[in-house]
Design a protein around this ligand. Structure first.
Ligand SMILES: C[S@@+](CC[C@H](N)C(=O)[O-])C[C@H]1O[C@@H](n2cnc3c(N)ncnc32)[C@H](O)[C@@H]1O
Length: 341
């Protein structure tokens, strides 16, 4: 199906912005319904103050506050949240310009608003959703795997081509794409680097989908193969000089990511490299807007979030990696790299 992956004629920012605009209004309506805007107009509050005052789930509140900042409805300075002028005028319930009556009519129509309210009020349990239970259990049905492979491929192809052209893989000879999905990163890397061989490691049904739909016909079939491995329960294949994870750490919490980082460290030889391809939240956790909205999607469907470079670097260093650095490879994505000493 694939052939050689040419770069698209225009970057994919606009389509990501369009897709993830789905959380803009629900973030504002949830905050308004909870009374967050009124509370911040009364007094600036830290994250802990907000979580305690409203008894909200911390992961959900963190995703929500990042969205509100990115939407320019609140600011975050030295960890303290304040309303912007727009919020004071239009979202404070006793303002004569209050938009509440207008916004309220959209709450009942929006399934995202309702889900967000449930997640925020859920207490501090480890929530999850959709495919992530199957992933955690190491089992995905064949038809679901094909659907996920196509879904992931659509959003990952431009980023995969950009990462392959960015130079981050220079010098890599054997590349293990952990949770490789459709295989798009392995295929793009092999197409761009004639000396590179890659393995897509994933659950058995995903490997079959990647092989059938994407690897066959890619022109690099002889250098890209698959390994059906449950990354949580089984030993990882050895002999690779680089381990690559795209959109994997954002599916899991920090404890699970620490386990993945440690397994990576143990699987690599000295000098081996780890690459994390992720959309990074900025250091102040207040944007970029589309990354904040991707984090909302992770809240709604996984156990993870979009991390900052500091958070990912901390996980890698905790496993023993050194030399953490980030390279922006496409408008929203970066590759965080580190080396086993
Ligand atoms: C968000 S997708 C990322 C796919 C691809 N890396 C990309 O960026 O397009 C997560 C991938 O992790 C894989 N995965 C989840 N749980 C796994 C497990 N227990 N063992 C191996 N792979 C797993 C899924 O099958 C899926 O392909």
């Amino acid at each position: 199906m694939s052939g050689y992956y040419e770069a698209p004629s225009v970057d994919d920012r606009a389509i990501w912005d369009l897709w993830l605009s789905m959380h803009h209004l629900p973030a504002a309506t949830a905050a308004e319904e909870l009374g967050i805007f009124d509370a911040l107009c009364e007094t600036p509050l830290s994250f802990d103050d907000l979580a305690a005052k409203f008894s909200l789930n911390r992961r959900a509140l963190s995703a929500l506050m990042a969205m509100l900042c990115a939407l320019k409805l609140t600011t975050r300075r030295e960890g303290v949240y304040r309303p912007t002028a727009v919020t004071r005028d239009y979202l404070k319930s006793d303002s004569e310009y209050f938009w509440g009556p207008l916004l309220s009519s959209y709450k009942n129509e929006s399934s995202v608003h309702k889900q967000l309210m449930e997640l925020l009020k859920q207490g501090d349990t480890d929530m999850s959703g959709r495919h992530v239970e199957g992933w955690a259990a190491g089992k995905i049905e064949a038809e679901t795997a094909k659907f996920i492979a196509r879904f992931m491929h659509a959003h990952s192809l431009p980023a995969a081509v950009a990462a392959a052209r960015s130079g981050v893989y220079d010098g890599v000879k054997k590349f293990l794409d952990v949770g490789g999905g459709s295989g798009v990163f392995a295929i793009a890397a092999a197409q761009r680097h004639p000396d590179l061989a890659a393995t897509v490691m994933d659950l058995d049904t995903m490997c079959a989908a990647a092989q059938e739909i994407f690897i066959e016909g890619s022109g690099v079939e002889t250098r890209v193969d698959t390994a059906a491995v449950d990354m949580f329960r089984e030993d990882w294949p050895q002999g690779y000089d680089a381990l690559f994870f795209s959109n994997i750490f954002h599916d899991w919490n920090e404890d699970t990511n620490a386990v993945l980082a440690k397994k990576s460290f143990d699987a690599l030889p000295s000098g081996g490299r780890i690459f994390l391809h992720e959309m990074l939240m900025n250091d102040n956790e207040d944007g970029p807007l589309t990354t904040a909205s991707f984090s909302m999607l992770m809240l709604r469907g996984t156990k993870g979030k979009q991390y900052t470079l500091r958070e990912l670097g901390g996980i890698l260093e905790g496993a023993g990696f050194a030399g953490v650095a980030a390279t922006q490879t496409s408008p929203y994505y970066s590759v965080v790299s580190a080396r086993k000493p």
